[in-house]
Design a protein around this ligand. Sequence first.
Ligand SMILES: [Zn+2]
Ligand SMILES: [Zn+2]
Length: 300
Amino acid sequence: MKVTILGNNSALPAFGRHPTAQAVSVYGEVLLIDCGEGTQIQMQRFGLRWRSVHHIFISHLHGDHYFGLPGLINSMSLLGRTAPLHLYAPAELKPIIDAILQVADTVLSYPFYFHALQEGVNLLVDDPSFCVTSFPVEHRIQCHGFLVERKTRGRKIVPERCSEYQIPSAYYESLKQGRDYERKDGTVVKNEWVTEDGPAVKRYAYCADTVFTESFLPVIQGADTIYHECTYLEKDAAKATARFHSTATQAATIAKKANAKQLLLGHFSSKYKELEAFREEASAIFPNVFVSIEGTAYEI
Ligand SMILES: [Zn+2]
Ligand SMILES: [Zn+2]
């Protein structure tokens, strides 16, 4: 499971950095989180296929988080997409998209489902391989974070060893669930002889645009990787609070309190050209921290 950063800047594009968008890859599925201007171009650039995207999540309706969406959904239609697409976003986005399609007399080539985000903590997608939950963060307008959880697929079959022990492939599902195999003569093939540990459960918390708050800590507690915005450095903390954003120190404090394993920083203000100071500031509190770089895929 990994997350590819498509945009790591805040409101304005600057120094070659784009507005917010990221792609979480889980077992071949690509979950798009936020869709700032230029997202489809960044996807092309970094080799992310729109055919692998079936779910898009928009945290809030500041333009730097969704202005790339009309272009992307339109391109998918022009390219003849037929697979359904699910969009999870604040309710106010629905009439905006409807109007854009209507004035252009565009009928999408694929089924498009809009799911309005609700207040509180809500399970949005419950797939056999992963699930996504929304949670409230505190920003100037309604804003949601997303918790993506990769589910385990059970034990991993080692085919060579299975054939060595002559286990029929029809029994593989039971092996995945950890069962031993009993032959007709009563001898038992132990599960661990023919399987290995499968992929572990992983949790990625995207904390969107938010002022420093511990309100959502219970939801993201113990996450493998947390992405937390840090629009500003601590010396601009007053500005951060006034604009409902966070600093690198505050992002690191949240990661530490959540007992996360790894922290990704992003949503940098366009006033900063160099980003190393963000890493330095945060690492004093939470050492395993990365300044998220566009085009980089971080293992979760
Ligand atoms: Zn933003
Ligand atoms: Zn915002």
